[in-house]
Design a protein around this ligand. Structure first.
Ligand SMILES: Cc1cc2nc3c(=O)[nH]c(=O)nc-3n(C[C@H](O)[C@H](O)[C@H](O)COP(=O)(O)OP(=O)(O)OC[C@H]3O[C@@H](n4cnc5c(N)ncnc54)[C@H](O)[C@@H]3O)c2cc1C
Length: 387
């Protein structure tokens, strides 16, 4: 079956669906999203979906802050639900990283983000269940929380479809036809989709998709594990999200009685990694959790999963046109922090595609050429994920 569209998006994760919606909102309704499996079946469905603003760079901090407005008011701003639950977010770093934390908070406050450096006494008031070492440096974001990746993704998809966009599930893209230096079509197992604009949003598979047009994207796959626990509710009825950078892991509540913990960064192959959890690492993470919330030593392990971070050399995304091929765009390389940015990724990419540049937020720091220019984004910390 041959069809034509103004834009074809390759990948139905949260990014593809957010872009499909935002393009439709800007009037591009004759668009198609092709997905090799079902919506959210890549990294999105495995996300911890933590929405926080603590970054070292204004571009990502602003994107997270502007996106939080969507997460908190999704019904009014888009329609449907993001599943957002406000919990507050506590950042914990070692004393050696205090200058980095203070620098970040000053930058974020300048952007208008609701965040502050706090001390151990304040944390005892805000989150009495969390144990803090007096030497640790701390910051608190009262408005942060977590959302539901599947609800957010399908809500964007449904609103886009309401406006006329099409979604083709179980229809992998197998090629991108280029001639005369510009995109002519996206080739799928179900036929040719004629278009002059193709957007690669294929998560961990983006490197393979881009290789079909001879572009070698600097992307690799990193496995991250999530373990789920039932909480002793009488001892810990609830708790905020904690980015425990000092111990290299994070945890958040889920629903009424669960706690999720995220840990591990292991280089793997995209199509052959262990999608379950490794018990020795779960045990190690449980030990870290029990150090922060001692009553969790009695929590009950309910299982878990692993997913893939798609990582660039500076652990930040590439949002840009692809140089040398007119009409080809990419929104890739979100590592472990794309979900929280996804509303503004959709907004800015739709602006780039329809207007030639992003007007809501300057995404130039995330340009394609920064790696060969040696102008990588840097971090105030020694850690990668927070960068
Ligand atoms: C375990 C884990 C925890 C995370 N926790 C957080 C967090 O707390 N907060 C946060 O902000 N971020 C988090 N992230 C990161 C976040 O989930 C990702 O950055 C985000 O989901 C990436 O979305 P995406 O749409 O780019 O990719 P994906 O969700 O991977 O979507 C890509 C889609 O493309 C499809 N596809 C691939 N190849 C083709 C093809 N040839 N044709 C058609 N379709 C194709 C795939 O099937 C897939 O559905 C986490 C990630 C993981 C793995």
């Amino acid at each position: 079956m041959q069809q034509s569209a103004d834009v074809v998006i390759i990948g139905g994760g949260v990014m593809g669906c957010s872009m499909l919606y935002n393009l439709a909102k800007l009037g591009v309704t004759n668009s198609v999203l092709v997905e090799q499996d079902v919506l959210g079946s890549g990294s999105t469905g495995r996300s911890q979906a933590i929405c926080r603003m603590h970054y070292s760079n204004p571009v990502t901090a602003s994107m997270a802050w502007e996106s939080l407005k969507y997460f908190s008011n999704f019904g009014e701003m888009v329609g449907g639900t993001s599943g957002f639950v406000k919990t507050g977010y506590l950042v914990i770093v070692e004393d050696v990283d205090r200058p980095g934390l203070e620098k970040n908070i000053a930058m974020q406050q300048e952007l208008g983000i609701n965040t502050a450096v706090v001390d151990a006494a304040q944390v005892r008031e805000l989150a009495p269940m969390v144990e803090i070492d007096e030497s640790e440096a701390l910051a608190w974001e009262p408005e942060s929380g977590y959302a539901d990746p599947y609800q957010l993704t399908t809500s964007y998809a449904n609103r886009a479809k309401d406006m006329g966009a099409r979604i083709e599930l179980r229809n992998p893209a197998v090629g991108i036809e280029v001639s005369g230096g510009r995109v002519q079509a996206v080739l799928t197992v179900e036929g040719r989709r004629e278009t002059n604009v193709a957007v690669v949003a294929s998560g961990p598979w983006s490197r393979q998709v881009m290789a079909k047009v001879g572009i070698d994207l600097p992307l690799s796959a990193v496995r991250h594990q999530v373990a789920t626990l039932t909480r002793p509710l009488d001892l810990i009825p609830d708790h905020p999200i904690v980015g425990d950078i000092a111990q290299s892991f994070s945890f958040r509540p889920d629903g009424s009685n669960m706690t999720f913990i995220g840990f591990g960064e292991e280089d793997v192959e995209v199509d052959s990694y262990n999608e379950g959890v490794d018990m020795p690492e779960v045990t190690e993470a449980l030990g870290k959790l029990a150090r922060r919330m001692p009553a969790m030593a009695d929590s009950y392990f309910r299982g878990g999963w692993s997913g893939l971070f798609t990582v660039t050399p500076d652990w930040h995304p590439i949002l840009d046109r692809v140089p040398g091929i007119e009409g080809l765009y990419c929104a890739v390389g979100f590592s472990g922090h794309g979900f929280k940015l996804s509303p503004m990724i959709g907004v800015t990419m739709a602006e780039l595609i329809t207007q030639g540049s992003a007007s809501s937020i300057d995404i130039n720091p995330l340009r394609f050429s920064r790696f060969e220019e040696g102008d990588l984004l840097t971090s105030s910390y020694r850690y990668r994920v927070l960068a």
